[in-house]
Design a protein around this ligand. Structure first.
Ligand SMILES: Nc1ncnc2c1ncn2[C@@H]1O[C@H](COP(=O)(O)OP(=O)(O)OP(=O)(O)O)[C@@H](O)[C@H]1O
Length: 252
């Protein structure tokens, strides 16, 4: 893989928060085990796609890893350390439906940079850079709320990326978009990956999983049944459930 770090940043350098190690992770509500003893390790490099039927636990997994919810049991370790404030700017998440402020496009990004203590000149430069990368440079002074769905999602990704996280979690970022808008988002994700950010993303679109995935995780009923490089997974998935899923015949 061709990783080009940001100037002054070495994502795979000594201060990395990866690998992310998950051991025996469970999430239980009432008597129901929604995530069942998940074990996985995420390393720099491959774009990792998390797939599985509706309700298999993909969003829950991302929310747990991002730190939005706490596991019932099991451990999450970032380069050996438990989740803590040190992760605040180093891993980010983008949701299926972007949550944008009622402000301009530029102000949405500026807000995030400001609360993380970045100075005015550097903020301006960073906003210009990420808007250009998102193809939104002409829309900087427009209200974020009037953007199209695709533009809003690109803004949400640009805003998350403005802090240059080492890891970016993306929860079905293109599920509400038409094919053209989805491709534009895919291009952006690809660039972010090329710039050195680890991608962990969920999708229902198997074409997208093939285009973007280097590594596939397959979840079924809260259990991680397959973890393989994309060619192996799509060529010959290990679990019977994944085979049925790919053939469109999986009954959840
Ligand atoms: N906070 C919660 N309390 C109770 N149940 C929950 C909670 N969050 C998720 N669930 C349930 O856990 C299961 C997994 O949900 P999750 O959203 O992770 O699935 P998913 O694989 O992302 O599905 P989809 O592909 O439809 O988005 C679902 O049955 C959901 O209803």
């Amino acid at each position: 893989m061709n990783v080009i770090p940001f100037p002054g940043q070495s994502p795979a350098g000594p201060s990395t928060i990866l690998p992310l190690q998950v051991r025996e992770l469970c999430f239980q509500v009432g008597g129901t085990l929604l995530l069942d003893h998940l074990n996985l390790e995420l390393r720099h490099g491959p774009r990792t796609l998390l797939i599985g039927p509706n309700g298999s636990g993909k969003s829950l997994t991302l929310r747990l890893l991002h730190g939005l919810i706490r596991p019932s049991s099991g451990t999450i370790r970032w380069d050996g350390l438990p989740p803590d404030r040190h992760l605040r700017t180093r891993q980010a998440m983008v949701f299926q439906r972007p949550v944008l402020l009622r402000r301009t496009v530029r102000a949405n990004i500026d807000y995030v940079l400001r609360i993380h203590g970045m100075g005015r000149a550097q903020r301006r430069e960073r906003i210009d850079e990420v808007l250009a990368q998102a193809g939104l440079e002409a829309l900087g002074n427009r209200s974020a709320r009037v953007l199209s769905g695709g533009e809003q999602q690109r803004l949400a990704i640009a805003r998350a990326w403005a802090l240059r996280p080492e890891v970016l979690f993306l929860d079905e970022p293109t599920s509400n978009l038409d094919p053209g808008a989805a491709l534009a988002v895919e291009g952006m994700i690809d660039t972010i990956h090329q710039r050195g950010t680890k991608i962990l993303m969920t999708t229902h679109d198997m074409g997208q999983a093939r285009r973007l995935g280097d590594e596939i995780l397959f979840l079924h009923r809260g259990r991680l049944l397959d973890q393989a490089d994309a060619d192996t997974f799509f060529g010959a998935p290990e679990s019977q459930e994944a085979r049925a899923f790919l053939q469109g015949g999986l009954v959840v």
